[in-house]
Ligand binder design. Structure first.
Ligand code: AMP
Length: 216
């Protein structure tokens, strides 16, 4: 089975949802830099204050901060059995740093799963997205409704709309994706690590396709 996985794709392509499904079925450590920053914001740490100023406007948190965070997390023992990077790397310096870190800890990246999705669908998904404040489970006001409005099915926590899931911040996030993150597809293709999937098929089909591929 392929372990040490990167999940890539524009905001709203379904990385977080797929990561949660894969984490449970394949027993991998899920490392989401977005979740790590949101936890720091909730805990009102110095990192949280710094991250919030970038995230709320849709900008990327500076590379040195993000790389340091991931390096520390990947060096922990629980990553030895395999990890799923969700939302990292997002820039070329991050991708290059990751290659170095992976070498240092002897856990090379084995595959980069890219999720393709068209822009209109990204906007629909992001503008209707709601997230559980406690456990981070994702919902959508039309296509992934909770059983009780505003309440998480899994833990009973309250659902909220992320501050960066508004039209203005989304525009900036998509611009960063196109100019800084999308070029990484070429970078990983040249390393023969890239495998793309169409995320418009729906989350269950996508999960089946990706998990069968990883188990090959
Ligand atoms: P996500 O939950 O992956 O959509 O991330 C939410 C926000 O966190 C992003 O829009 C960025 O502001 C920030 N962020 C997450 N991962 C990174 C990263 N690898 N590099 C820089 N900023 C990041």
């Amino acid at each position: 089975m392929l372990k040490n996985i990167i999940l890539m794709g524009p905001p709203g392509a379904g990385k977080g949802t797929l990561a949660k499904q894969l984490k449970e079925s394949l027993n991998l450590v899920h490392i989401s830099t977005g979740d790590m920053f949101r936890d720091a914001i909730k805990a009102q740490t110095e990192l949280g204050k710094l991250a919030a100023s970038y995230i709320n406007a849709g900008h990327l948190v500076p590379d040195d901060v993000t790389i340091g965070l991931v390096k520390e997390r990947l060096s922990q023992k629980d990553c030895e059995g395999g990890f799923l990077l969700d939302g990292f790397p997002r820039t070329l310096p991050q991708a290059e740093a990751l290659q170095e870190i992976a070498k240092e800890i002897s856990r090379p990246i084995e595959v980069v799963i890219n999720l393709d999705c068209d822009n209109a669908e990204l906007v629909r998904r992001i503008s209707g997205r709601r997230v559980c404040k406690n456990c981070g489970a994702p919902y959508h006001i039309d296509s992934m409704k909770p059983k009780v409005e505003g309440v998480c099915d899994l833990c009973g926590g309250p659902l909220y709309q992320r501050k960066d899931d508004n039209e203005e911040a989304l525009k900036v996030r998509l611009e960063h994706y196109v100019s800084e993150t999308k070029p990484l597809l070429d970078y990983y293709d040249k390393l023969s690590l890239l495998k793309s999937f169409n995320s418009l098929t729906g989350k269950e089909i996508l999960f089946d396709e990706v998990s069968s591929y990883l188990k090959k």
